[in-house]
Design a protein around this ligand. Sequence first.
Ligand code: 26Q
Length: 811
Amino acid sequence: MHEMDKKTFKKAYVNKFLEMHGIELKEGNKQQKYDSLASLVRDYVTRTWLKTNKKYNKTGEKQVYYFSMEFLLGRLLGDALLNMGIRDVCKEALADVNIKLEELENLEQDQALGNGGLGRLAACFLDSMASLNIPGNGCGIRYKHGFFEQKIIDGKQVEVSDDWLKEGNVWEKRKPEKAEIVKFGGEIKVSEINGHLNFTHINFEPVLAVPYDTPIVGYENEVVNTLRLWSAEAVSNEFDFSSFNRGDFLKAIEYKNSVESISQVLYPEDSFYEGKRLRLKQQYFFVSAGVQSIIRHFKKHGKDIELLDEKMAIHINDTHPTLAIPELMRILLDEEGVEWDTAWRITTNAISYTNHTILAEALEKWPVDMFKNLLPRIYMIVEEINRRYCDELCVKYPGNWDKINRMSIIGDNKVKMAHLAIVGSHSVNGVAKLHTEMLKKKEMKDFYYLYPNKFNNKTNGITHRRWLLKSNPELTKLIKDTIGDSFIRHPIDLKNFERYLNDDVVLEQLGKIKKFNKEKLANIILNNDNISIDTNSIFDVQVKRIHAYKRQILNCLRIMDLYNKLIDNPGFDIVPRTFIFGGKAAPGYYLAKNTIELINNIANKINNDCRVNEKIKVVFIQNYRVSLAEQIIPGADVSEQISTTTKEASGTSNMKFMMNGAVTVATLDGANIEIKDEVTDDNIVIFGLNADEVLNYYQNGGYKSIDIYNSDVRIKRVIDDLVNGKYHSDKEKFRSLYENLITYNDEFFVLQDFDSYLKAQDKIDTLYRDTNKWQKMCGVNIAHSGIFSSDRTIEEYATGIWGSEVIYKNL
Ligand code: 26Q
């Protein structure tokens, strides 16, 4: 938006307010002020949105559809203002009428339709696609209830349902005229007409999929793309589905409830698969609606269906949307009358797949009976895909039944979604170098030998617009003042900042900005969690989902050890530290919940012990979410990335922290490896087992946590402290954590890495004392973070997988 000035904006805003609320601005409350600001900005966005859609229709550019069960967008107002290029104008205009823009921005409910990394990645990708002029669409589910709100009560996590739509959502546009029907259950009638088999679906349960579109604003480039989320509704009575329910009142209500449950709630489990029928229903629901609407749109422009794969690409975010493969086949075969081989060519050319995890417990394998029963026609198609594919395997590996069985799509009475995704797509990628190598050499080895060309790496990224420009305006200003603003469009240019790191004035500025952000964070912690912290202490932060493999427990044990040391030796000299945790546990994940309770009890004990609480404090910030992350990350000195090596596919918060000038303490896992390669060993602190050592233990055994427990008095003491009542009046409280580490032999090598982790933390202490050196390290991290912009990642997807034309019209 070019023509906007302060005066125009102010006038428009005052008018909008009056029009919406029928009172004068000064009489309105904050919520009303937010509502009218958001509506006004939405109106501006809508104009560009229309233009973009017109342009796409005219040019017929290849469209990318990013299919994902999760989109973790967070708040949209600030982002939209920033990307429209009117955030400053808006801020000044509001200041004129005594309104603080940030205050209004903070009223917006997070759109939390995702669990964590995978969902946030999808959101960053949408932002980058729009900003790089790529015709990219999101496709997902409009959950009525997003990721739950977390309250901490008596140290325990309590889940409160997320009711994000209760005040309405100005960003979405319901499009009832674009609804699709999705069919569940029933039977398939096969008939032969003119030598052609016909498949008719009868007695199915119809579900109306209604799309809600949200604009995705590109950065100052006059592009607004679309995120389309589907909501499940009962089909109206006029819909003729033969004998279905007609006239039966109770059945009709049952039907309505059953339908509406589909888009009711986001499953709050990440990295853990449970064969829930409703989850499968969710998956087919949005995938079927999405594919149908893509084809309807394509045909509206009168194009030859056999050219479909030239005009669109579908990307599936993990295996969750894998049913896009048989669904596209179904439409091509049954509705468009395309022959199998052609349909298969179109489908595999169109589809590409990203794997986000190697945790065995996260692999989706659906029971055949459930699958068949819910999706009878789709099952037939999957069977046929499997039959043809197994025929090929038989030719390739004659007589090797073991291998063929292992690699099959259907086997052991399960449909293996990862296998279907690999076979039915032309590209399979991991999300960081190590992760991709492990897919190729271990997890998906057989498939890599079969299809070596399908496999490729796309290291994750984050949008620097939200995670630097918007979340850290002070740092952004310093960078602009030194190296200019080319880094905004070319984040790799952040490298130029390194030249300024010998300038003491710049380093001092960096220090001041960090201090400022720490003060803001300290205030938030005081307000939200009622704990006051020392902004001269090191802010040492671990925020992410609570999970055994991410090893929050390792962090806990070293704090417990440090506490012991400070008590034993009151003169023990350390730089004061504040240990900050945040993150949600899956509601059914006992160990993770127990970990949260442990952190809170350690906090309680330490923060109330006047012998140490000048030196250390522990905080668990409740309800970690995107909007909180934006406030926490700029205030962090130390970024904890301490997963058991090989377990974290990539990690993305690691990138956000470095971009905001934190120093990382990390294992050589996921993208930490690439971060280290960027900043060199001097500017990151690495510890712990490497990948080969971990894999060797898993393969050959030989790890005995009890031996470490018995040989290291520090470890013995902190482990015993878990069950001796020190941190809870109920001695048994943390028994499960203890058992895991000792009785069950510590699957994630916490005790093994303990000593080297402590040394890493000692190193941080030493480094931090040399202020100049420390600030330089922070600066190097910022300067080398450009490569982790999702713009780089998306460019790689666009050119390497989707075949989109990448055009930089705004160069
Ligand atoms: C599957 C089946 C049934 C119910 C839930 C699920 C499910 C839901 C969410 C499985 C996995 C997830 C989320 C996984 C995830 O967030 N993975 C993370 O993806 C990031 C982006 O690539 C990586 O950076 C992280 O390393 C990875 O853990």
